[in-house]
Ligand binder design. Sequence first.
Ligand code: P5A
Length: 445
Amino acid sequence: MRLSRYFLPVLKENPSEAQIVSHRYMLRAGMIKQQAAGIYSWLPLGFKVLRRIEQIVHEEQIRAGHIPLLMPTLQPADLWRESGRYDDYGEEMLRITDRHKRDMLYGPTNEEMITDIFRAHVTSYKDLPLTLYHIQWKFRDEIRPRFGVMRGREFLMKDGYNFDIDVDAALHAYNRHMVSYLRTYERMGLKAIPMRAASGPIGGDNTHEFLVLAATGESEVFYDSAITDLTFGDRVVNYDDRAECAAIVREWTTPYARTDETHEAAIYAAIPEARRKSSRAIEVGQIFFFGTKYSEPMGAVVVNDKGERVPVQMGSHGIGVSRLLGAIIEASHDDRGIIWPEGVTPFHVGLVNLKQGDSATDAACAGLYTALAARGLDPLYDDRDERAGAKFATMDLIGLPWRITVGPRGLAAGKVELTSRRTGVSEEMAAEEAVARVAAIYQGV
Ligand code: P5A
């Protein structure tokens, strides 16, 4: 993409309404525009990152054997009357009446609707296990929407629902989700720690939240620092192997890690003092096992291998897809702007022409652009007639992890400059080498 043809409405001034750095940078980098409290338009740069995050979520869900579908944002109230949640959910639920005076709502989550789909089509244990998920907009009429996409009223969630014949199988689904989430967040360059949590309106006793440590987070957490040393890495997991998934879950749930709702001071006090930590943190996901909470009242029943009719065992599992943009920026920025991890960056590399209009630098940039694209990379070429300082400031603000700078002096010596946004280190090299280096960096990302 040529910047002169793109839509990147960068702001020079700090927007006064933004209290935290991720919100400030998302507005300044022209990623989002607020349309009403907690409701945002996703401008091209923000939309690109949102799509990349969604793509990683899809890939990891499918790797775990889960099946995508798409349910609507609007739901009939009657489904929620069946589960008993229509009255319980309170003011967070946006209630709507259609022209026929039917009660509808903008879905804050989809346990009821997925149970309705299941009961309409599945009757036998032979069709289990089954996990269905979608990535869809949700609405929660939060009393205090704030911090931009971090606590929105309309927000994008990946929500998945497992259906299993017995408790053991459902607990395996729970473990499988935990494992796949560890891998998902790590691909986004995040350290998201599973912590024992409280289940709130979703229900069930077995639940973990995934938390990214950040001073601006809305949750308070307590943990053994040993858990922050764990990494998932590139291990290959057989998601059908119950013992293997359980072992990984054990690895991540053995060190103490809890939110304030489940915190137990006595257990915490037994952790060696140097490892005893508490922090603020951002909740980027949550997994639940709630058994028959929805299947029983809604009649989602299957015949088991003994010919008995039993309510199906269920859990639900959510990732805050739009919130993740804020969480990633909170975890990865400096005083000049965002620093995108390679896994989610909107463009792979920025290309800066220091002397637009100079035939040699223009030609070198055009050649680099074509060579990068030929390697399957998506460059952003700053071809505007602007000062070098302004071009660097824009690149730093929007946070592309790599930048290739082309100027007349370097070109005379046959060199361009490759710069890492994270370290600030620049290296001079031939244009072909810069292309090869960037291509190698993104191999396998
Ligand atoms: C699990 C999937 C659920 O709703 N039902 C379906 C379960 N869980 S949850 O924890 O309530 O939400 C899942 C994740 O969604 C994000 N989230 C939000 N993101 C932005 N703005 C909000 N107002 C908001 N509320 C929830 C969180 O990341 C949460 O972990």
